[in-house]
Design a protein around this ligand. Structure first.
Ligand SMILES: [Zn+2]
Length: 415
């Protein structure tokens, strides 16, 4: 498909100011040319899209989703037939694309089969980078058993991967190799306590450096990396020592640890503020316990200050939403949360250019430049003036994925 976007206000996400009256030519799925409307036109047989001055930008990237998270109450989930669960997960994937996310990194839970279903064209979806099962220590953030439970996890095979519990470097190495065998693009470990787990606190340190290092080694052996759930300084420092590349949440980052992150090569912080905002507003119920409410609210207290510190220090800051269950539609709200601290332009760059670097797809995605894949979105409002627009998929008028128009609200007749 050949496409020519004309009269666009181009927000290319390289860091440049928006360029009015811009033409972007797409051929063979790639961006061929970017230039002023006054310059050379596109191929004669191209579909011409008059952007009427609206903002054209790269597709968004969410670096921390859980697309298989359907209900906060695990019992509600297992009570449903697998076919219904599969359809609901598919709906999450399609809605994520329609909200303007052309790439998403699942931070644990989504089975490889959904990535395959997208690849085969059975469902519409963003480019997916999956982590498969979480790897957690016994009693860690991935261990969702209540204290009285002596049994093992309920699992829905082939849809959502529950945690793999592993203790000791050899078990962690085995677990990492197992998730990679099942199709994980990168390996997710739980390096500190968390809110949704019943037997830990946020500041608990989980896994030793040796255990984390075993996961890093197994991932590195096949050319990929580890992302780690980690809140506080001790957990983050363990991750850095072990060679973990992507620090998730990081809500209690301190100055010493931020300096260490800066000194470490190729390390990213992926804040996920919106999930704390949304969950903090909830009261207990439907499987969400008072203890979880307490811990989530505690997590929110550090979220903005940590991002402020990371920004001030010049860390590489990605963007994740981490939204769960019925909040799946709210991924775009993370950008406005980050914008409160770093300004709209930096928050948008985190969700495009920097996330592309994090996912190692910066040669393909993250900015609008010649040679990159034509993953583009067209907005009917100015995201720099009002970053909250990403919360509403209705503002995302058009989505192109590899040069194919996969959403077009202004098509006549509508698709
Ligand atoms: Zn998460």
């Amino acid at each position: 498909m050949k496409l020519v976007f004309e009269h666009a206000t181009l927000l290319d996400c390289t860091g440049r100011d928006p360029q009015p009256e811009t033409r972007v030519v797409v051929e063979d799925g790639r961006i061929q040319r970017v230039g002023p409307d006054a310059g050379p036109g596109g191929p004669r047989d191209a579909r011409v899209i008059d952007c009427q001055g609206r903002t054209l930008m790269p597709g968004l990237i969410d670096a921390h989703v859980h697309l298989a998270s359907l209900d906060l109450d695990p019992l509600a989930e297992v009570a449903q037939p697998p076919a219904v669960l599969a359809m609901r997960i598919a709906r999450n994937i399609e809605a994520t694309l329609d909200a303007g996310f052309t790439t998403a990194r699942d931070a644990g839970g989504l089975d490889w089969g959904f990535k395959e279903a997208v690849r085969q064209g059975l469902i519409r979806g963003p480019r997916l980078f999956i982590s498969g099962a979480f790897i957690s220590q016994t009693g860690g953030h991935g261990d969702h058993r209540v204290r009285s439970d002596r049994g093992t996890f309920p699992v829905v095979p082939g849809l959502a991967s529950e945690s793999i519990l592993a203790d000791g470097a050899e078990q962690v190495r085995h677990a990492a190799r197992e998730v990679l065998r099942r199709g994980a693009d990168q390996v997710k470990v739980m390096a500190s306590g968390g809110a949704a787990s019943p037997s830990d606190e946020l500041d608990h340190v989980q896994f030793s450096v040796a255990e984390l290092g075993a996961a890093v080694e197994a991932a590195g052996a096949v050319g990929t990396y580890v992302l780690a759930h980690a809140y506080g300084p001790r957990a983050i420092q363990n991750c850095l020592k072990a060679g973990v590349r992507s620090i998730e949440h990081g809500n209690f980052l301190d100055e010493t640890t931020a300096d260490q992150m800066l000194a470490a090569e190729d390390v990213f912080l992926v804040p996920t503020i919106i999930t704390y905002e949304l969950l903090s507003a909830r009261e207990a119920g439907d499987g969400w316990t008072p203890d979880m409410v307490r811990k989530i609210r505690q997590g929110l207290t550090g979220a903005y200050d940590s991002l402020g510190l990371a920004f001030e220090k010049g860390l590489r800051i990605g963007s994740g939403s981490d939204v769960l269950a019925e909040m799946q539609g709210e991924k775009g709200k993370e950008i406005a949360c980050q914008a409160r601290v770093m300004g709209a332009m930096n928050a948008i760059i985190a969700a495009t250019r920097t996330n592309a670097e994090l996912l190692r797809i910066e040669k393909q995605a993250g900015t609008v430049e010649p040679g990159k894949r034509a993953d583009l979105i067209l907005l009917d409002a100015d995201p720099l003036a009002e970053p909250a627009i990403f919360a509403n998929p209705g503002h995302v008028r058009l989505v192109a994925l590899g040069g194919d128009v996969v959403k077009d609200l202004d098509a006549n007749p509508p698709p």
